[in-house]
Design a protein around this ligand. Structure first.
Ligand code: HEC
Ligand code: HEC
Length: 247
C-alpha cells in the first residue's frame, strides 16, 4: 500500500523540461556512492573487470583459442558500439553480451556462458571498461531506436507506469529511499550495493519492470536490446563509467 501511495504521489508532480542535456545516474547518487565509484581501489566493480581481463586470455572451446588469440589486446575494443544489427541477419539486434556469446559459440566452439553468469557479466564489464571516460558510442538506426522508445513510453504493469514517467518526468524526486535518476545506461554493467555484485543493464530493466508489477522480458530479449539502443541514443554525450557504483 505504501508503495502504491508513493507512486500515485509521484505522478501528481509536474514534469521537468525534457530538453536539457542528459545527466548520469552518478549525479543523483549519494556522496558515499560517488566516492566509491571514484576510487578504483574502493570500487568493488573493479573485481569483475579484473576477472573479465583474465577470461579474455583464457583458452577454451574446440580450437583452444582465447578472445586474445583472435582479437589481440582488449584495448582494441574501446571504440566498439553496441547494440547493432547482426550483419548476417539484419532483423536481429545484438548487444555486447549477446555478441560475446555468439562469438563463443560460432568462432570459439565453446558453450555460451549464460546471460547473467558471473563470467559474461565480468567479460562485458571488462570490454566496456576499455571505453571508460569516452562518450558512449551509438550506432544510428532509426527503426531500432524508435522501437526502443516505444518500449520506454509504454505504460505497463498493475501500476500502469511507463519508464518515462519515472525517469523523465520525475528524475530527481525521491521514491522511498532512492533518488530517481534519468535511467541512463552509461555505467553498465554496474555494481549495485543491493545486489552485492555487478549486474547487467537488462537485470536492472527487470527490476524496474517488477517495481510496477509488470512481467519482465527475458534477459537479452529483442525488446530489451531495442530499449538499450534507444537509451544509449537518449544519453548521447554521456561518458562511459563502467563499472559504475549504484545504490
Ligand atoms: C516506479 C518508477 C520507475 C519506473 C516506472 C522505472 N524505473 Fe528505472 N529506476 C527506478 C529507480 C527508483 C531506480 C534506482 C535509482 C536510479 O538510478 O534512478 C531506477 C534505475 C534505473 C536505471 C539505472 C540508472 C543508473 O544510472 O544506474 C535504469 C537504466 C533504469 N532504471 C531504466 C528503466 C527502464 C528502461 C524502465 C522501463 C522499462 C524503468 N527504468 C522504469 C524507478 C523506476
Ligand atoms: C577464433 C577466433 C575468435 C575468437 C576465439 C573470439 N572471437 Fe570474437 N570475433 C571473431 C570474428 C571473426 C569476429 C567478426 C564477426 C564474425 O565473423 O563473427 C568477432 C567479433 C567479435 C565482437 C564484435 C566486434 C565488433 O567490432 O563489433 C566482439 C565484441 C567479440 N568478437 C568478442 C569476443 C570475445 C569476448 C571473445 C572471447 C570470449 C571472442 N570474441 C573470441 C573471432 C573470434
Amino acid at each position: 500500500m505504501r508503495r502504491v501511495l508513493a507512486l500515485l504521489l509521484l505522478l501528481a508532480l509536474p514534469a521537468l523540461a525534457a530538453d536539457r542535456p542528459p545527466r548520469s545516474g552518478l549525479d543523483y547518487a549519494t556522496p558515499g556512492v560517488r566516492a566509491m565509484q571514484a576510487d578504483d581501489f574502493a570500487n568493488p566493480g573493479m573485481l569483475w573487470v579484473q576477472e573479465g581481463l583474465a577470461l579474455w586470455d583464457r583458452p577454451g572451446g574446440m580450437g583452444g583459442t582465447s578472445c586474445a588469440s583472435c582479437h589481440g589486446r582488449i584495448e582494441g575494443f574501446a571504440g566498439i558500439a553496441y547494440p547493432r544489427r547482426d550483419p548476417r541477419d539484419p532483423d536481429k539486434l545484438m548487444n555486447l553480451e549477446t555478441r560475446i556469446e555468439k562469438c563463443r559459440l560460432d568462432n570459439m566452439g565453446a558453450p555460451p556462458y549464460g546471460y547473467e553468469s558471473r563470467e559474461l557479466v565480468a567479460l562485458t564489464a571488462a570490454v566496456r571498461h576499455q571505453a571508460r571516460g569516452r562518450p558512449v558510442a551509438v550506432v544510428e538506426d532509426a527503426d531500432a531506436i524508435a522501437a526502443g522508445e516505444k518500449e520506454f513510453r509504454q505504460r505497463r504493469g498493475a501500476l500502469d507506469l511507463a519508464c518515462a514517467q519515472c525517469h523523465e518526468a520525475n528524475a530527481g524526486k525521491k521514491l522511498r529511499d532512492e533518488t530517481i535518476s534519468e535511467g541512463q545506461t552509461n555505467g553498465f554493467p554496474a555494481y549495485r550495493l543491493r545486489w552485492q555484485g555487478v549486474g547487467s543493464l537488462h537485470r536492472r530493466f527487470q527490476v524496474c519492470n517488477q517495481a510496477v508489477a509488470a512481467e519482465p522480458y527475458p534477459l537479452g530479449s529483442q525488446e530489451y536490446i531495442a530499449l538499450e539502443w534507444y537509451l544509449a541514443k537518449r544519453g548521447a554525450g554521456l561518458l562511459v563509467e563502467t563499472p559504475a557504483v549504484r545504490q
